[in-house]
Write a protein that binds this ligand. Structure first.
Ligand code: GLN
Length: 231
């Protein structure tokens, strides 16, 4: 589809509950991932249209081709590689276990026996929770976005959640949430931009070229530091 200019416009799915990677700012969006995809588009001469989507809807939308691109701290996993193309990685994040500040007895998953562990549907936190359920015997509570994940633990319906460390740290600090990270790196994942296989290899190549240019010029580092250095 052609936009206002004669440049191609691609639809980009974003999980808007994932600051500082995607930050809602009135009716527009900013944050690390928004800055990255806009900079790549500018570098490679295409336009982007941002489409807010629940995280669990991103992969299916790429698969059916209703989205061309998705960016929102998306971890590269083997399972996802079967249905989407991934760019080269741009960031590495640990999966962390987070509980409320007053939960003094919770130091790891082992302390969650028979207790509700909250995860966001479709995320690596959710996958990790499923894989380790038989080992620790917690109960899994699923929610659709990060705001809900924090809220469910703060209001006591859940006892802890599994989420990406930089995002949890940012939310705790930025919103002064009564939460604390008890395990910082249960596992580690690389973030990459996901691209619909429907777009063929050409869009993926443009994205990788743009990302490479951002890395080489130091712009990527600058974008990330701009949002994360205060942690
Ligand atoms: N990095 C995690 C994943 O890919 C979470 C991403 C998110 O919630 N936006 O599953």
């Amino acid at each position: 589809t052609l936009g206002d200019s004669d440049e191609e416009t691609y639809s980009v799915g974003i999980d808007t509950t994932f600051p500082p990677f995607v930050i809602e700012d009135g009716d527009s969006y900013k944050g690390i991932d928004v800055a990255i995809i806009k900079a790549i588009a500018e570098d490679q001469g295409f336009e982007v249209e941002l489409k807010p989507t629940d995280f669990s809807g991103l992969m299916p939308a790429l698969q059916t081709g209703s989205l061309d691109i998705a960016i929102s701290g998306i971890s590269i996993t083997d399972k996802r590689k079967e249905i989407v193309n991934f760019s080269k990685p741009y960031y590495t994040a640990g999966l962390s276990l987070v509980t409320t500040k007053d939960q003094l007895g919770i130091k790891g998953l082992v302390d969650l026996k028979n207790k509700p562990l909250v995860v966001k549907t479709g995320t690596t936190g959710y996958e990790y929770a499923k894989e380790h359920k038989d080992m620790y015997n917690y109960k899994i509570t699923q929610v659709t976005n990060s705001e809900e994940m924090y809220g469910t633990v703060i209001n006591g319906e859940g006892v802890a959640f599994l989420g990406d460390a930089p995002v949890a740290s940012y939310a705790i600090k930025e919103k002064d949430l009564p939460l604390k990270i008890v395990r910082k790196k249960l596992e580690e994942h690389d973030y990459a931009i996901a691209v619909s296989k429907d777009t063929g290899g050409e869009l993926l190549e443009k994205i990788n070229n743009g990302l490479k240019n951002l890395k080489e010029t130091g712009k990527l580092d600058k974008i990330i530091r701009n949002y994360l250095e205060k942690l």
